[in-house]
Design a protein around this ligand. Structure first.
Ligand code: UDP
Length: 332
């Protein structure tokens, strides 16, 4: 292990983005250490570095793990992340996301962490006055999930400043796709995300419900900026490196290109050669019409470029991951 760069704590490393980040950290020479309560993550997604089952709200256990693994840096992914669910269960979201953040920060201070990279979100911008969204856009979230992320950013900034921790706030747009090498997938239960649901509908699954067709967008459906999860993962590694000589970073991570729900459906139909059965449904509470990143600052500060975020690669990798999961499920 002597040639490694040291241990990095990855909270939520058993989840979709966290597991891809572990792979990217390992490739960059770090040893990722996953801390995850497995409430939504998967033990078998932890394939790079050690795993410890722990809830972020257990401050003592988290502090002990950070010290034992001699980690000086943390990537914090562990959180509840469904906009719709956050509207229905705000108390659970504040408990897990804000309570978890406070507890983790206390543990980081106790264990002497010096770098912290936080999974924030474009949901912190609410309904932006202009699109694309740059980092100077006021943060004015319109759902509890987005509010927990703004609070997390603020708590981190205050604690980090006081305790000399360098920190990055990474506001990401819609993570999608799956590991291009086929080693990891997106697995949510129940699945609520557009891409996997559209692929499932094409492969004969239930019809996709299109949430809202009367938005002020060219085709009436919501527009989002889909960024490949592997690009996002590399953005985290680049931010971690950049913190070696910068105390703070606040960056959007997106592709800079927006697709409507109907355009995503068309891309899935092109790839699979099959129709995506769909039905029009009411708007989903908490959904802004259009969220697209201005990726200029991440490019300038980190040299960040998307390599896998074209829609064809996103759909192809998402579809392959889903097909192999379904094949495994039918064998099991
Ligand atoms: N969406 C949809 N039907 C679905 C799931 C999502 O029409 O079954 C829409 C949703 O309203 C949003 C976009 O697809 O405009 C992306 O939603 P997703 O849940 O994938 O990600 P989020 O934007 O909530 O992070």
């Amino acid at each position: 292990m002597s040639d490694r760069r040291g241990a990095v704590i990855v909270t939520g490393g058993a989840g979709f983005i966290g597991s891809h980040a572990c792979k990217a950290l390992d490739a960059a020479g770090w040893t990722p250490v996953t801390l995850d309560n497995l409430s939504t993550g998967h033990r078998d997604a932890v394939r790079w570095g050690p795993f410890e089952k722990v809830d972020m709200r257990d401050t003592e256990h988290v502090a002990d793990a950070i010290s034992r693994f001699e980690a000086s840096a943390v990537l914090h992914f562990a959180a509840s992340a469904y906009v719709g669910e956050s509207v229905e269960r705000p108390d659970a979201y504040y408990d897990n996301n804000v309570g978890g953040m406070l507890s983790l920060l206390k543990a980081c201070v106790a264990a002497g962490v010096t770098r912290f990279v936080f999974s924030s979100s474009c949901a912190t911008y609410g309904v932006p006055a202009t699109v694309p969204i740059d980092e100077a856009t006021p943060q004015s979230p319109i759902n509890p999930y987005g509010r927990t992320k703004v609070m997390g950013e603020q708590m981190l900034a205050d604690v980090a400043r006081q305790h000399g921790i360098s920190y990055a706030l990474l506001r990401y747009f819609n993570a999608a796709g799956a590991d291009p090498d086929g080693e990891l997938a997106e697995r949510h239960d129940p699945e609520t995300h557009l891409l996997p649901l559209a692929v499932r509908a094409a492969l004969g699954g239930p019809a996709l419900r299109v949430f809202g067709s009367d938005y002020e967008t060219p085709d009436g459906t919501c527009i989002r900026d889909y960024i490949h999860v592997t690009d996002l993962a590399h953005g985290h590694v680049a931010a971690l490196d950049a913190l070696a000589d910068r105390p703070t970073l606040a960056l959007n991570l997106g592709s800079g290109t927006g697709y409507s729900v109907l355009q995503i459906i068309e891309a899935v139909e092109r790839h699979t050669g099959r129709a995506v059965r769909r039905e029009l449904a009411p708007r989903r509470p908490g959904d802004p019409a259009m969220l697209v990143a201005d990726p200029a600052r991440a490019r300038a500060v980190l040299g960040f470029e998307c390599r896998h975020s074209d829609i064809t690669t996103i759909v192809r990798t998402a579809a392959r991951a889903l097909e192999s999961q379904e094949a495994n499920a039918s064998i099991a």
